[in-house]
Design a protein around this ligand. Structure first.
Ligand SMILES: [Zn+2]
Length: 154
């Protein structure tokens, strides 16, 4: 069983996120199935930069990152959303990693492949989270992001 404290502790060495995002991130991850949390702890690094960072460097050869295969970049404005939104976005990005979607460039121009990946990540995230939240996730899924923002979300 993964408690919030355990998740935070396990990720604490390798994450690069603001202090105030630690609890929201651990909380979001705690809704995922146990085997997925294990996957995240072993294979994923989270990065979320605040405005006052001009840049950072992560060395992938660092021993703490040796088993990591996925870097998940999260906007620092995400942490000011509600819990359901934070949890869905984290679960969606973890789903890409878990489903081995590989590297997708922000400038990826193959919309068909992109839409397929986004839909499957959304579907997986919903499957993981549905038992824990009431109501639908409709406003967080790929298509509605596109409609709201008028640009591609990843
Ligand atoms: Zn996505």
């Amino acid at each position: 069983m993964h408690t919030l404290e355990k998740i935070d502790y396990e990720l604490g060495d390798t994450d690069f996120i603001p202090e105030y995002a630690r609890v929201p991130l651990s909380t979001a991850l705690s809704y995922l199935p146990e085997k997925v949390i294990d996957f995240v702890i072993e294979k994923c690094v989270f990065v979320s930069l605040e405005k006052d960072y001009r840049g950072i460097h992560l060395s992938l050869s660092d021993f703490r990152l040796k088993s990591k295969q996925n870097i998940i970049l999260l906007s620092n404005v995400l942490w000011f959303e509600n819990k359901k939104a934070i949890t869905f976005v984290v679960a969606h990005e973890v789903a890409h990693a878990y489903l081995r979607h590989g590297f997708v460039s922000i400038n990826d121009t193959n919309p068909a492949v992109n839409i397929k990946r986004e839909r499957s990540a959304d579907k997986q995230a919903i499957q993981w989270l549905q038992p824990h939240f009431t109501g639908s996730f409709k406003r967080y899924v790929y298509k509605s992001w596109q409609l709201q923002s008028g640009k591609k979300s990843n």
